[in-house]
Design a protein around this ligand. Sequence first.
Ligand code: ZN
Ligand code: ZN
Length: 108
Amino acid sequence: MVGLGLLPLIVYFLVREPLTLDNHMADKLNNDVLKLERTYYAFLMDEQDRKCPVCGHEVKSRYRFCPACGNELRTVCPACGELMETNWKSCPHCGHKIEQPEAKGELV
Ligand SMILES: [Zn+2]
Ligand SMILES: [Zn+2]
């Protein structure tokens, strides 16, 4: 009676496959949620006040220029007009690539 002995094994394999997939999906989902939480936390941190690197005046993260010394804290994407950090190489809102003036001198 080999067939009867194999049946539970076949059922096990049939049932096991989707379960492993589900676990995998759950892991992926957990990772995504973790990533989202981290992004949200970084966003919250970013919303907190920071200091102007030039004069030390407290500035809101949404400010484009320091109100005390006029230093440019953020730049604006020429493609979509969203605020960007001055050192970003491409716009996170539309993916527009920003040309870095200082990088041009390094080209050989
Ligand atoms: Zn300043
Ligand atoms: Zn943009």
